[in-house]
Design a protein around this ligand. Structure first.
Ligand code: PMT
Length: 223
């Protein structure tokens, strides 16, 4: 059944793995399928929100009632998010964004030779950090994909990137993380761990997270 907790709210979700091009036919990417972000977009739309999903590479099908904006690179995702940031009430960054991209993109297919090929990479812009710096009224939710010291790294991300919540998945655990139908997450707020969820389907994780967001926003009015 559809619900109304987020009626009138504009929700921006990012999903999928960015692709950073080396040449017209090759790119660097990661294992994100977009399932977590798509589940969040669907759960937010189901609560009455006006949802825009900014998706890099994914295998997930489009969702009825959710605006889908396709991007490829971290830079394109940054621009797509910034264009819509002022109008957003809630921003959830479930995408796996590349931290590095090739310094240059070859205009034509790179030819092989007998020599080693060395790729030079440069840092991409940290989208979440940029959003944290420019935050006015938005409720900002980051994800953290960790393999060790999950709580410490999640809290560090929350503070450095000025997030309201950070959802940490220990991607070394069975049933958690990239390219699966399930996830195992811990939700952190400014005062530390709020909730540790068991292994659930990503859609159930999304429902829990949205309920938590609604509650936190009621506790602490925006502004
Ligand atoms: O897509 P699925 O297959 O369903 O998998 C889901 C997921 C594992 C990708 C998802 O649950 C998840 O954890 N997404 C974040 C993965 C990630 O890149 O984590 P990170 O710890 O490297 O980044 C932390 C946060 O900063 C993330 O919100 C990320 O979107 C953001 N970031 C990172 C780098 C960058 N240049 N810009 C960013 O905004």
């Amino acid at each position: 059944a559809s619900r109304t907790e987020l009626a009138g709210k504009s929700v921006l979700v990012t999903a999928g793995g960015t692709a950073e091009r080396l040449d017209p036919v090759r790119f660097l990417t990661n294992d994100s399928s977009g399932k977590m972000g798509f589940a969040l977009a669907e759960a937010a739309a189901n609560r009455g929100a006006d949802v825009t999903l900014i998706a890099a590479r994914t295998t997930a099908p489009p969702i009825v009632g959710v605006k889908l904006v396709r991007v490829e690179s971290a830079e394109q995702m940054l621009q797509a998010v910034l264009e819509r940031y002022d109008a957003a009430d809630i921003v959830i960054k479930a995408a796996a964004v590349a931290d590095y991209r090739p310094v240059s993109q070859a205009p034509t297919k790179i030819k092989k030779s007998e020599e080693k090929l060395v790729l030079e990479l440069e840092r991409t812009t940290d989208i979440l950090k940029t959003l944290g710096e420019r935050k006015t009224h938005q409720f900002l939710v980051g994800f953290a994909a960790e393999t060790e010291q999950v709580a410490q790294y999640a809290m560090d991300k929350l503070r450095r990137k000025n997030c309201d919540l950070v959802v940490a998945n220990d991607v070394s655990q069975d049933g958690a993380g990239f390219n699966l139908d399930t996830n195992v997450v811990q939700i952190f707020g400014k005062d530390g761990l709020i909730e540790a969820l068991p292994q659930l389907h990503k859609r159930e994780v999304a429902d829990h997270l949205l309920e938590r967001i609604v509650r936190q926003m009621q506790k602490k009015p925006a502004g």
